[in-house]
Each structure stands twice: as structure tokens, then as C-alpha cells.
Write a protein that binds this ligand. Structure first.
Ligand code: NAP
Length: 489
């Protein structure tokens, strides 16, 4: 199966924060891959913008180093690298000052007919100043888009303020709020699986699904970012955005069309159906944790620089979706740092067969599980009960029906990074995989009471050993319901 590349039209992209970490690790390598694949045309113009006193040659050197570090040698033949660097330019600019804007205007002059994107790869505090200066400098054309990333606020009030700042210069159809989890091939495949096959949708409800587990586990700790992380915690860093987005895609009703607003309307309905968790319920439905010191490093509190820190770097939540489809089927989500493995998955656990005709000797019939793995190896697996091969009688074992994408598309296929897909969607003007402002606000509206309860000392973080599966209390959260977490592996 060969991947088909549909080229996008020539475009102009200005990356504010072009010399930053995100640009170096994801944006420049992602753009290069799309160029090398023939999707981004050589007539595209990519302008890095930051305060550093670089010139075009300096930015090209920066980009070359980024490609050498983040693109494997077999994917960067020198002629492609050289041609890509030719597309790059640089503009020294202070987002909060007045210098540099006229020069940026000159670089974009006479190009109003092309798609234009401003990627704000900078701290959210300067989204507002950049947008207002773009407006003032008349750089916003009808074909202009603006791209922003998390953190999109730290509560409902700040998210609204951010949306207002963006809306002062851009229409909602021009605003692309990236959640890179949505750019994962498997996440899009979750929608294909549900809505392109007649097989699953009739079973996709509380009658047939016992529960859903969403896990995002990391092996790394907070490290040098500890002080910054400690102001946010896992609930802001992972739950409000990535995990709730995955929950929405799993739980949403079929949209009438695969178009941006139809999909986002359905996700919004899920967010509005989340059962509120506040007050005493926070203690029973949520477990928080902090890793202790271990052979691989100091404790969370040491890395956070606060021996009394009450911020979580592990969280597990039992969530109810209060609608007809999901009444009685909980969604358990968890995310944590310094765990056993780096692994992100959505697991749909179907109900057990109502009766076993095979008798005790066959063994227990476990409910089928559909597992959508986002990382490290994207793929989809359906666990079925089959007869154990061989002449040993009728014994039932669970076996995977495996669709790892690497195997499906053949050897030598490189799975594109989520940013590659999302950057091309920005140029194509397709917002389906980007969050709408009201979605971001609805997610914060659900999260705010939870954070307020944490601040009053509810669900205080429990210590856990690094390299494991988080605090014991997280296992108890499921055991209480007669269920267990899938192993993090
Ligand atoms: P970073 O490494 O600190 O880079 C910040 C960039 O912004 C630099 O290029 C910096 O260059 C530029 N900058 C800062 N102040 C500026 C100003 N006043 N005017 C113009 N340019 C300015 O940050 P980052 O990690 O790339 O993150 C960028 C944004 O993406 C943040 O909002 C972050 O939360 C978000 N994000 C990052 C990642 C990631 O993997 N890194 C992942 C998700 C989200 P100068 O200092 O030279 O101006």
C-alpha cells in the first residue's frame, strides 16, 4: 500500500518563535519531510521570526542543524536539504515592539493571493501583541490563518481572554488550535474505523461496551522543567487538552459529514455531557500522584523545587458521559510521568459474552478489547477469543487481530509525524483536526471545579515508585468497580 501525496498550493508561512525548541524539533523537520515527499512546493516561503539578531544565512544554518538532528540521514539527501533551505528566510522582530513589522510586510508584499499562515510558536502571553500588530500592519488577508498551541489558557477565564484576543484580529475559521494528538494517524483511523465500517457502530454504546480506558504514560520525569510544570500539573498539561480530545473522538455521535464544524459540534456535545466532578466526588473519582526518588533521578518534589508541592504529575479519573449512548459505561483516563513505559492508547473493553457454552475446562471468556495505540508504535489491535491451536481440546485463549500500520503499508514506510499532517491541513484550510474556541472553553468549564477542589486539598497526591504504573490508589479506583487497568507496556 503506497501513501498518496496530494501537493498543496504555494504558501507563505511565518513562524514566530522560529528559533525555539518546537520549531527546531517539529516544525522545520516536519516541513522538510513534506517538501521532500513532494507535498510542500518549492515555491513556498517559510520565514522564521524571533528577536535574535540572525540573518537569512544564520537561520538557514539553524535549520540545517535542526534537520541533521531530527531527520534520519536516509530521509535527507543533500539536494533536498539544499533546496529546502532555499525556501527559508528570517525576520528579526520583537512581538511586543514596533521594529521589524514593516520589513515583514515587505517580505509578504504582493502575495495576498496565496495561503498565508502565522504559526505562533511563542509563549501565549504574546499571542495578543502579535495578533494586534499583524492586524495593524495589514498582514491579515482573507487567506490568512493563525496557528496556536497549548497552553490555551490555564482556566476558563484565561481561555476566554485568549479566544477574545485571537478573535479581535481573526475570524474563527482562520484560527487553528493545534492538539498534536489529533494529527496522529491512529486517531484519524479511530474515526475511519467507527464511521467507515458498519461493523463497530452498532456495538459502540453502553449495551456492548463495558468501559473505556485512555492511558498516556511517559517514562521521563519533569526534569529541568519542574518549576514551570509545578504551576500546571497533569490536569492542565494532559487532561484538559489531549485526553479529553481522545475521549471526545471515542464517545462522539457520528457527525453528518466529515467536515470541520460537524465533527467539532459532536465533540462539543460530549464535553457538555461530561458528568461534573466537584467537591467530595473529587476524592472518590480522581487519584493524583507524585513520583518518589529512584535510581533514575530525584523525586517530583525535588525536581519541582518545592518540598511541599501539591501538584500532580500522575492523574487517574473516572469519568461519566451522561447521555443515552454511554449511561453506565465509565471512561477511565490516566496520565503520568516516570512510569514503566512510554505508551499512549485508547482501549475499548467490550462486555463479556453473556454465557460460555464451553464449560470450565475452556477457561474464562474475556471481553473483546479494541486497542488504538498512539505511541510509540501506532496501530490498532482487536483482541478476540479463539480456540487454542492444537489437539489439546477446546480451550479458549485471547489472541490479537493486529493492524500495526508499519506492517500494513510495508517496509520502508516512515510514519509521518502529527505536525506534518497538521501543517499541511493549515495550508489546505482544513480545520477538522483543530479545536474550536468553544471546545476549549467547554473543556475548561469541566476542569475548573476539579482544580478548585485540588486547591482546597482534595485528592491530595499520593507518592509512587518511579518505573511502575503509578500509585496503588489508581488501581483501587478500578478494583472498586470490579475492573483493572491494562498493563502499561
Ligand atoms: P522556546 O524554545 O522558549 O522558544 C520561544 C521562541 O520564541 C524563540 O524562538 C524566541 O526567540 C521567541 N520569542 C520569545 N519572545 C519573543 C518576542 N517577544 N518576540 C518574538 N519572538 C520571541 O519555546 P518552545 O518550546 O519552542 O515553545 C513555543 C510555544 O509552543 C510555547 O507556547 C509552548 O508552550 C508551545 N509548545 C511547545 C512544545 C515543544 O515541544 N517545545 C510542545 C507543545 C507546545 P528570541 O528569544 O530570539 O526572541
Amino acid at each position: 500500500m503506497a501513501a498518496i501525496v496530494v501537493p498543496v498550493e504555494e504558501f507563505d508561512l511565518v513562524v514566530f518563535g522560529g528559533t525555539g525548541d518546537l520549531s527546531r524539533r517539529k516544525l522545520l523537520p516536519g516541513l522538510f519531510h513534506r517538501f521532500a515527499a513532494g507535498q510542500a512546493p518549492s515555491g513556498a516561503l517559510i520565514i522564521g521570526a524571533a528577536r535574535a539578531a540572525l540573518d537569512r544565512a544564520g537561520f538557514r544554518r539553524f535549520a540545517r542543524e535542526a534537520l541533521e538532528e531530527f531527520v534520519a540521514p536516509e530521509y535527507r539527501p543533500e539536494e533536498k536539504v539544499a533546496a529546502f533551505l532555499e525556501m527559508l528566510d528570517y525576520q528579526q522582530i520583537d512581538a511586543e515592539g514596533e521594529g521589524g513589522w514593516p520589513a515583514l510586510g515587505r517580505k509578504l508584499k504582493g502575495r495576498d493571493g496565496r495561503p498565508r499562515a502565522f504559526y505562533l510558536s511563542v509563549a501565549p502571553q504574546i499571542f495578543g501583541p502579535i495578533c494586534s500588530r499583524l492586524g495593524k500592519a495589514r498582514l491579515v488577508t482573507p487567506l490568512t490563518r493563525v496557528v496556536v498551541e497549548k497552553p490555551l489558557g490555564r482556566d476558563l477565564a484565561s481561555a476566554r481572554a485568549l479566544n477574545d484576543q485571537l478573535a479581535a484580529t481573526f475570524d474563527e475559521h482562520q484560527i487553528y488550535r493545534i492538539d498534536h494528538y489529533l494529527g496522529k494517524e491512529t486517531v484519524q483511523n479511530l474515526m475511519a474505523l467507527r464511521f467507515a465500517n458498519a461493523l463497530f457502530e452498532p456495538l459502540w454504546n453502553a449495551h456492548h461496551i463495558d468501559h473505556v480506558q485512555i492511558t498516556a504514560a511517559e517514562t521521563v520525569g519533569v526534569g529541568a522543567r519542574g518549576g514551570y510544570y509545578d504551576k500546571n500539573g497533569a490536569v492542565r498539561d494532559m487532561v484538559q487538552n489531549h485526553l479529553l480530545q481522545l475521549l471526545c473522538l471515542t464517545a462522539m455521535e457520528p457527525p453528518s459529514h466529515f467536515d470541520p464544524d460537524a465533527v467539532r459540534d459532536e465533540k462539543l456535545k460530549v464535553l457538555k455531557a461530561l458528568r461534573p466532578i466537584d467537591g467530595a466526588a473529587v476524592d472518590t473519582e480522581i487519584v493524583r500522584g507524585q513520583y518518589s526518588a529512584g535510581p533514575d533521578g530525584p523525586s517530583y518534589r525535588e525536581e519541582a523545587g518545592d518540598p511541599q508541592s501539591g501538584t500532580e504529575c500522575f492523574i487517574a479519573i473516572k469519568i461519566g458521559v451522561d447521555n443515552w449512548r454511554w449511561a453506565g459505561t465509565p471512561f477511565y483516563i490516566r496520565s503520568g510521568k516516570r512510569l514503566k513505559a512510554r505508551h499512549t492508547e485508547i482501549a475499548i473493553r467490550f462486555r463479556d459474552a453473556p454465557h460460555s457454552i464451553f464449560g470450565d475446562a475452556a477457561g474464562a471468556l474475556r471481553g473483546n478489547v479494541l486497542v488504538i495505540t498512539l505511541q510509540p508504535n501506532e496501530g490498532i489491535e482487536l483482541r478476540l477469543n479463539i480456540k487454542e491451536p492444537g489437539p489439546g481440546g477446546m480451550r479458549i485463549v485471547s489472541a490479537p487481530l493486529d493492524m500495526s500500520f508499519g506492517a500494513a503499508v510495508g517496509a520502508g514506510f516512515r510514519m509521518p509525524d502529527a505536525y506534518e499532517r497538521l501543517l499541511m491541513d493549515v495550508i489546505r484550510g482544513d480545520q477538522t483536526l483543530f479545536m474550536r474556541g468553544d471546545e476549549v472553553e467547554a473543556a475548561w468549564a469541566w476542569i475548573d471545579p476539579i482544580i478548585a477542589a485540588f486547591e482546597k486539598g482534595r485528592a491530595a497526591p499520593c507518592p509512587y515508585q518511579p518505573g511502575g504504573e503509578g500509585p496503588m490508589e489508581s488501581h483501587i479506583l478500578l478494583h472498586r468497580d470490579g475492573r483493572r487497568w491494562r498493563e502499561i507496556a
